[in-house]
Design a protein. Structure first.
Length: 313
């Protein structure tokens, strides 16, 4: 089988896949002139690649979210697409979210602001039992994150499009389920795929249903958040305690346009922590095993778990 790679770390991917698939020809997509490949392994490939590669039998998306791929105007939509499922990202993102939940639950956000004013004031700790966390999106990564938070001792509510059952999570679905979740959580975590149904799911209405003083963590997609509504809910960030805005703070890793523009108000807002889409880098080893297995199965004509382009994940 002929495999073509399109990735920022193309050489590393080529080497790990060659080691796992010694029979295959594995090459990096060049400027032009690659022979027709059977499979493309790629992260955000340009449209020109699909215009050149017209005989693809399968595509492996080197990430969990397929939004960028599905928005590619030249994507052959009938070609099976396999995406990474957890592949080591789940643990990294769970660590990121746990950091964020503790940041708010143990008042690190307040202490950071107090330090800037040389102020020594201790806040009472809110019990973990009273700190509900809501995880929107119970795919492989969302489930991993929700279970990690439950293991930490937080009551965790999860929300997904279709009903799910998880032992340690209170699962909700549908519009009513979303409302029920919002009313019970102090931190909301967004791990949904970017689809027409999820865009700006965190908007003025949803934010108004959160308890005052709730916080937001978005390691998912920037498009899930209505930025104007977020800024409005945060207020000017100048006051502490009772007078805080409706939303206490936000930890944001994903933005509709990346890198985040230098003049974005998110950078300088006193209640927003910005990280550069680093919550879940794809670990090469775990992901390479998954990619190699998928390629080998597709080459043998065996069924593989593919995404549904209409659902968007
Ligand atoms: C990263 O954002 C991914 O979708 O894997």
């Amino acid at each position: 089988m002929r495999v073509l790679i399109y990735h920022r770390d193309g050489e590393a991917w080529r080497d790990v896949l060659r080691a796992r698939l010694p029979e295959a020809s594995v090459e990096i997509a060049g400027e032009s002139g690659n022979p027709q490949a059977d499979f493309l392994v790629a992260w955000k490939p340009p449209a020109s690649l699909f215009e050149e590669q017209t005989r693809l039998k399968g595509i492996v998306n080197l990430g969990a979210g397929v939004d960028a791929l599905l928005q590619n105007p030249a994507l052959p939509r009938e070609t099976p697409i396999v995406k990474l499922r957890d592949a080591g990202m789940g643990e990294l993102i769970a660590d990121y979210v746990r950091y964020g939940v503790f940041h708010f639950q143990r008042d690190f956000d307040r202490y950071r602001r107090q330090q800037a004013a040389c102020e020594w004031r201790e806040f009472d700790v809110v019990d973990k039992d009273d700190w509900g966390v809501g995880v929107l999106g119970l795919g492989a990564i969302g489930t991993r994150v929700a279970e990690a938070l439950a293991a930490d001792g937080f009551p965790v509510h999860g929300w997904s499009r279709s009903p799910k059952q998880l032992e340690t999570i209170t699962c909700h679905d549908g519009d009513d389920g979303l409302d029920a979740l919002l009313g019970q959580v102090r931190t909301l975590v967004t791990l949904l795929p970017d689809t027409p149904a999820t865009r700006q799911i965190v908007n003025r209405d949803t934010l108004a249903k959160l308890a005052p003083g709730a916080s937001l963590i978005n390691p998912g997609r920037g498009t899930l958040i209505d930025e104007a509504a977020l800024l409005e809910a945060l207020g000017d960030g100048e006051r502490e305690g009772e007078d805080e805005g409706r939303l206490r703070g936000a930890l944001l890793d994903a933005f509709p346009t990346e890198p985040l523009a230098a003049d974005s108000p998110l950078w300088t807002h006193p209640r927003i922590l910005v990280t550069p889409h680093m919550a879940g880098p794809t670990p090469l080893g775990a992901a390479a095993d998954q990619v190699a297995d998928a390629l080998a199965a597709m080459a043998r004509g065996e069924p593989v778990k593919t995404i549904d382009p209409d659902a968007g994940y």
